[in-house]
Design a protein around this ligand. Structure first.
Ligand code: BMA
Length: 387
């Protein structure tokens, strides 16, 4: 007798479930994100449960961004002086409260960093990710290069850290992982003029293969060049690692120059990226963005939002609130009112907006506290949305 043999489907990984969650949340709107949100703000640092976003609008960002720069040389703190133990704990805390985590990595320059690593918090440029004096760095860490062995150790340390991102019951925390960003600019040692297209793709694959070999199936890989203004398929594909290696595409888009230039470039780019994402089945995001020090207090709702509203982005991530250089809100800043307007908009999603509704799929490993679900339904903007 012939027995029909049903092909076993591979079980969904934490990254697959995160991709599904992002896809489904996109139907509600786009999420607000903030780099280094729980560590420090404009007037405080390292206070439990504080956040400039929460202190301004009453809710945490849906997405929090963290950076691993420094882990490669075994530093105790990252390049922005945040202890890795703290980064570890806050990543898990944000996941446990139902939030989404994204991680970037600004590794030191493998050729010029001090032999035994660097000093915690070492900054620009010598030895850092921004040290671009030598344009052979990527070549030097690929197989056969002089720094190959060293970089293997560096990647191993990244893997070691990522493997510690587990919930209390041992489940891996899903992470949007975004290495080698802004690679179409030439300010990082992996940038446009610092390596060939082949070398860049070799670099991407080397890291991805290494982390895959560690069993890190919780990483959702994100490819994010910088604001360009001139994308076309040929230029974009030149360094794109390939559809099978990327789940989310996006770009880092700051307004450094005039508002007109920014609006024109961002509109052109999001048109290109959203078409590409749709054609290739990718998620889309503004992986970093902002206006330095919010010199225009209505920038979010007047400049950024009308553009974001037109494209199917999953989230936008404002960069960190550091004293000399901030991109997010804080309660006493002139931009606070505009941020609250952004928060009240029906299509912007904060932490409470992304909690699964009762009786629907659980995206997380741990249950959501009842009270938080109730809070969600009470919130004005949600009621507005349900009308
Ligand atoms: C840059 C600046 C730096 C910081 C780096 C990594 O854009 O904010 O001060 O060290 O990002 O977070």
């Amino acid at each position: 007798m012939m027995v029909a043999c049903k092909k076993e489907e591979a079980p969904k990984t934490a990254a697959d479930l995160l991709a599904e969650r992002l896809e489904s949340l996109r139907q509600k709107g786009y999420m607000m994100g903030h780099q280094d949100d729980p560590f420090y703000g404009l007037t405080w640092e390292y206070q439990a449960d504080s956040s400039d976003v929460k202190n301004t609008c009453g809710d945490y960002p849906a997405v929090m961004g963290f950076d691993l720069g420094g882990i490669e040389v075994d530093d105790a703190k990252n390049l922005d002086s945040v202890p890795f133990t703290r980064i570890h704990d806050e990543i898990i805390a944000h996941h446990e409260r139902g939030g989404i985590v994204t991680i970037s990595w600004h590794p030191r320059n493998p050729k010029t960093t001090a032999p035994r690593g660097g000093l915690d918090g070492q900054k620009f440029p010598e030895g850092s990710a921004w040290d671009v004096a030598d344009s052979t760095i990527v070549a030097s860490i690929l197989p056969g290069g002089s720094e190959f062995e060293k970089f293997q150790t560096w990647m191993k340390r990244v893997g070691d850290f990522l493997l510690t991102l587990k919930t209390k019951d041992g489940q891996p925390v899903p992470v949007i992982f975004r290495p080698w960003h802004e690679n179409n600019g030439s300010w990082f040692w992996w940038g446009q003029n610092l390596c060939t297209d082949n070398e860049f793709q070799g670099l991407w694959c080397m890291l991805q293969d290494e982390l895959n070999s560690r069993g890190l199936t919780n990483l959702l890989w994100s490819y994010s060049p910088n604001l360009d203004g001139n994308w076309n398929e040929e230029r974009f594909l030149a360094r794109y690692p390939g559809n099978e290696r990327v789940t989310l595409i996006g770009e880092d888009a700051y307004q450094w120059g005039t508002e007109e230039d920014f609006k024109r470039d961002l509109t052109a780019d999001l048109k290109f990226l959203s078409d590409f994402a749709q054609k290739n089945g990718k998620l889309l995001a503004m992986t970093e963005c902002g206006l330095k020090n919010m010199t225009d207090s209505t920038w979010w709702t007047r400049v950024l939002k009308p553009i974001m509203d037109q494209y199917p982005i999953s989230y936008f991530l404002l960069w960190r609130n550091y004293k000399e250089e901030f991109f997010g809100p804080a309660p006493n800043l002139p931009c606070a009112a505009d941020f609250r307007k952004l928060y009240e908009a029906p299509n912007t999603l904060f932490l409470k907006d992304i909690q699964p509704e009762k009786g629907t799929t659980e995206y997380r490993n741990s249950a959501i506290p009842e009270s938080r679900n109730n809070e969600t339904t009470k919130k004005n903007k949600i009621n507005k949305k349900n009308k």
